[in-house]
Every structure is written in C-alpha cells, then in structure tokens.
Design a protein around this ligand. Structure first.
Ligand code: NAD
Ligand code: MG
Length: 393
C-alpha cells in the first residue's frame, strides 16, 4: 500500500491522480490533500479519500474548510507554512501538482525529507532546479517526472553518457497556424482551448504561447543533467509521440501514448512497476499519419526567450518564469493581449540584471523582483493599448 500526498489535489493533474487512486484502492491510499482556494472541492475530496491531513493555501478559507470537515478524522490547516510542514509528513510519494512557483517550498520540503516526488510542477524546477536536484541527490529522494514529455524521456533514457540529443515534442497549441496579426486578437477563452490536452488554465495559455515548451526545456536540463545544446523541440500536432532520445549510434528511442495525463501519472505512481489504466488505446492504423515540423520562433517569441534563458542559466529561468506567471494572469484577467505576454517577459528579462542564485533566499528575492517589474510592464502595456485604441477609435 503506497501513501500518496497530493499537492494541488483540486487541479487537473490532481483529478487525474485521484482517478487512478480510486481505481486502485488496494495499492494506494491518500495521506495528504491540498488546494489553493477551493475549500468546497477540497472538503469533498477529503470525505471521499479520507486523508490524515488537508491544507488550504488561502488562509481566509480556513474557517469554511474546518467547518465543512468538523467531526471528520482529519487535521485541517492553512497557509504556506502548513503546506510545507505537511510535505514533511511520512508518505511514500508526494505528487507535486501545484501550479507555479508557489509549489517550490512544499516540493523542496518533501525532497529534504527524503520522500520521492512525482513532479508535475515544472515551475519549481525552472526557478530552483539546481537546488532541487542537489537536495534530491543528497537525501536520495527520487524525482519522477509526470510532465508527459519528461516522463516519456524518463521511460526511454538508458545511459545518459551515450545520449546525443533529447527532443521534446510540442502540439503547437491552438494557434499553431495563426499569423501574429490573427494572434493579436485572440481571447483567453480561445487560448485555453487546447487542441489535444485538457489542462489547467495557466499551462493551457503557456501551451498557446509555446512558453510551456520553453519551461519544459529548462525542466529537462535539470531532470536529465544534459547540456542545454543537447535539448531540442519538435512540433507534432497529434501529441502521440511525447519525447525522443537520440543516442550516439543514431538510434532514436521514443515513447508514444494517447494524450491522456493518466498515462505518465500512472507511470510515476507505480514506478518501477506499472499499473493498468483505462485510457483509450493508441490505434496507429486509424490515426494514419504522424506529422512533425520546426517550431516557429518568430510567431512564438516566448520559446526563443526561454531558450535564451536556458542557455544563460543563473537567474534567467527564474525571472522568465516569474514574469510569465504575472503576464499569463494578466492575460486571463483581460488586462493585456495575447502577444503582450511574451513582450512583458522580454521587458522583465531586460530590466533585471543577471545574477547567480545560490540559495533559496536568492531565488525568492529574484522571483519577487521579477514579479514587481513584470507588474509595472503590465500596467504600462494596459495604458498604451488603451491609448492606441483611443487613437484608433
Ligand atoms: P490547475 O490550475 O488545474 O491546478 C493547480 C492546483 O494548484 C490546484 O489544486 C490549485 O488549487 C493549486 N494552487 C494554485 N495556486 C496555489 C497556491 N498559490 N498555493 C497552493 N496551491 C495552489 O493546474 P494543472 O493543470 O493541474 O497543473 C499543475 C502543474 O502541473 C503545473 O505546474 C503544470 O504546468 C503541470 N502540468 C500539468 C499538466 C496537465 O495536463 N494539466 C501536464 C503537465 C504538467
Ligand atoms: Mg508537458
């Protein structure tokens, strides 16, 4: 029986994980469930899965959650410190499925305690990949990728010293075929409609800008310990080949599977074993053809920005991530346009000087500065676009 601590249980990855738990009650039980704000859903999940601890990040939701679970045999707490503290509770696997840099502290706490982590929360690795992998190496905690491309690579990676290239595939997102002109008018509702995957809002926007693939390159650098130049991206609209590893002899090993997150999640949950899942089976004869194309960095500048941050290292990935989180939230709120997302990230990267990030404090300080700077650009973009509209009108 494996005890699972699920961080970000009310999200898309959280739901897929709990679906697999519910289908395998003899193998898994849930010890911890956490959520950001949605205390109603968290209380519902707690009554179904009976964890020992629940935590809501939003402290203003504590009273409602505690009342909803009064009389249940579960401890209820709230806030960032509580999240970190339950991450140290005994568990066989922590599923890190919080979105954004907010997931860094609990994930790091689990690794510090030597608890294996199944990682969906790529932003944590982008901000503090060096610290996370060093901690995992020190305590011996396994870091198992849930992100589908990285899980694919993990499944086909034999001997790192014989690898010549690692390629992550990208669907290209909902705007793969749009011009910049057409992209300038897209709405948040259009941008969150992903052609092949069903996911949370933030990662869906990242997939539409291709920032997601850029974040994933940085994620891959840390997970697989290869050089930045060995990492590449290939657009593959069907999302059935998830990742490829080319070896020095010219062999290429790839992992294929349906575009259903329960496949990589099941792999990480069961590793080194495998469990059955109910996903639709891949029927290649029916699919007929698989397509591949180069990514277009002119129409999707976010990918180029992330590649530059990957190559530069130091604080650049952390700044890129923080600015992107601010810009995506502003776009989802209707405060800036779709093309402004990459513009805000570019401006923030230019504004902040390069520096080394040696400690967690350095990471949080850089994250905070980048967010403040990005907010300023968001405000300015908003004012200029209003001005442009007034002139145009
Ligand atoms: P989501 O928005 O559906 O869920 C996010 C979860 O995090 C929710 O439970 C939410 O309550 C919680 N949360 C949000 N802000 C928080 C905060 N400040 N503190 C604590 N908890 C907070 O997101 P998702 O699509 O499930 O993605 C989760 C992570 O997994 C992201 O890092 C994403 O990039 C990654 N990922 C997701 C998918 C996917 O298919 N959804 C695939 C690969 C990787
Ligand atoms: Mg992915």
């Amino acid at each position: 029986m494996k005890r699972l601590a699920i961080f970000g249980a009310t999200g898309s990855v959280g739901a897929s994980t709990l679906d697999l738990v519910a289908r395998n009650p003899e193998r898994y039980r849930v010890s911890v469930l956490t959520a950001g704000k949605d205390w109603r859903r968290l209380a519902e999940l707690a009554r179904t899965f009976r964890p020992e601890h629940v935590v809501i990040a939003d402290e203003t939701a504590f009273a409602d959650l505690a009342e909803a679970l009064a009389g249940e045999p579960v401890t209820v707490s709230a806030g960032a410190a509580a999240l970190e503290s339950v991450a140290r509770e005994p568990a066989d696997l922590v599923v890190a499925a919080i979105v954004g840099a907010a997931g860094l502290k609990p994930t790091l706490a689990a690794l510090e305690s030597g608890i294996p982590v199944a990682l969906a929360n790529k932003e944590a690795l982008v901000c503090a990949g060096g610290l996370m992998t060093a901690t995992a190496a020190r305590t011996g905690a396994a870091l198992l990728p849930i992100d589908s491309e990285h899980n694919a690579i993990f499944q086909v990676l034999e001997d790192k010293s014989r690898v010549s290239r690692i390629v992550l595939t990208a669907s290209g997102g909902p705007f793969r075929a749009l011009s910049r002109q057409e992209m300038s008018a897209v709405t948040p509702a259009q941008a969150v409609k992903h052609p092949t995957w069903s996911m949370g809002a933030k990662i869906s926007i990242d997939s539409a800008t291709l920032m997601n693939k850029g974040l994933e390159l940085i994620e891959a650098l840390h997970l697989f310990g290869v050089r930045a130049e060995q990492l590449g991206v290939l657009v593959h609209p069907q999302s059935l080949v998830h990742g490829l590893v080319e070896y020095v002899d010219g062999s290429v090993l790839a992992q294929l599977g349906p575009a259903d997150m329960r496949v990589p999640i099941a792999h990480a949950m069961a590793w080194p074993e495998r469990i059955a899942t109910p996903v639709e089976r891949l029927d290649l004869a029916r699919i007929g053809r698989l397509e591949f194309e180069e990514a277009d960095r002119e129409r999707f500048p976010a990918l180029a920005l992330a590649e530059a941050a990957l190559a530069a290292g130091q604080c650049r990935p952390c700044v890129l991530n923080a600015a992107n989180e601010v810009a995506v939230a502003a776009f989802l709120d209707g405060r800036i346009g779709f093309l402004d997302i990459a513009a805000v990230v570019a401006e923030t990267l230019e504004a902040l000087p390069a520096r080394r990030l040696d400690t967690l404090e350095d990471v949080f300080e850089t994250d905070r500065q980048a967010r403040a700077s990005a907010q300023q650009y968001v405000t300015r973009v908003k004012q200029t676009s209003f001005a442009a509209r007034r002139v145009a009108g």
